[in-house]
Ligand binder design. Sequence first.
Ligand SMILES: Cc1cc2nc3c(=O)[nH]c(=O)nc-3n(C[C@H](O)[C@H](O)[C@H](O)COP(=O)(O)OP(=O)(O)OC[C@H]3O[C@@H](n4cnc5c(N)ncnc54)[C@H](O)[C@@H]3O)c2cc1C
Length: 284
Amino acid sequence: MYPIFAYGTDAQKDYWLPKLSAGEKIGCFGLTEPDFGSNPGGMLTRAEDKGSYYLLNGSKAWITNGTISDVAIVWESLTALCAGFIVETDREGFSAPEIKNKFSLRASVTSDLILQDVQIPKENILPNVKGLKGPLGCLTQARYGISWGATGAAMAVFDEVLQYSKSRIQFDKPIASFQLVQNKLAWMATEITKSQFLSYRLGQLKSANKLRPQHVSMAKRNNVGTALDIARVGRDILGANGISNEYQTFRHMANLESVNTYEGTFDIHTLIIGEDLTGIPAYF
Ligand SMILES: Cc1cc2nc3c(=O)[nH]c(=O)nc-3n(C[C@H](O)[C@H](O)[C@H](O)COP(=O)(O)OP(=O)(O)OC[C@H]3O[C@@H](n4cnc5c(N)ncnc54)[C@H](O)[C@@H]3O)c2cc1C
């Protein structure tokens, strides 16, 4: 919804936003390509201006909800029009095969998008943005939400593991009574609290219109990386039970592996923060 909300015409907003917000229509966001993930600036999907319409060719990879979407926002090459397009998924030449056999986010549909000579009406271009700042502006919004969501996963893990450690008896005592286990629990509670404060501060900056993408990178990087570490330690505290789906910790751990990669990998956010601090880009 955000690309249409932020960069669309009134007609695009009036048509799509009520339907998408009501869940009557499903949308997806197509930026990543098979050969361009962390470096979307290299993407190859391109739109040709054919006078009365645009002709879109290319492919996207790892797109959430692609197969079940009614509409795809497709971003195309910076060497062409540098634009985003609203692509109705029933258009001829568009297909979205599902990516099967994932270990992570198994309840979420993930897809390739294939665009072969897809004709797009002129009015489907998102007119109010050009270049990479279009998709990156959307990612800044999503990453803010992710910083909270990952912390929620860490909290669920902590709750489960705390309860378990108080009831699991070894050497005639609850494992929660061992100092090594308490050290892990104390670390988890502290890191969760730090993550909550980071996201809370982002919210304050957002409300004051002072939020910068680099702030969001710091929270996405920290909170997802920390939640993943917490889930791994939590899995250890659960012992063998930790690999059973009777407990939710392993599921959170597997899902957080995706979250650590999507919306900018942990290391790409490190580089974004590093560039902001030093003024020196270290991507290439
Ligand atoms: C479940 C799931 C859902 C997704 N949903 C969407 C979606 O809806 N829409 C969408 O557009 N995309 C989506 N993605 C794709 C996601 O955004 C990309 O996977 C992500 O940007 C990383 O790209 P990549 O997988 O090609 O990894 P790569 O870019 O190939 O990176 C591989 C490794 O190399 C490292 N690396 C890359 N460049 C550098 C560098 N300069 N310096 C140091 N290290 C580097 C990375 O940090 C990483 O560790 C999704 C991915 C997953 C797993």
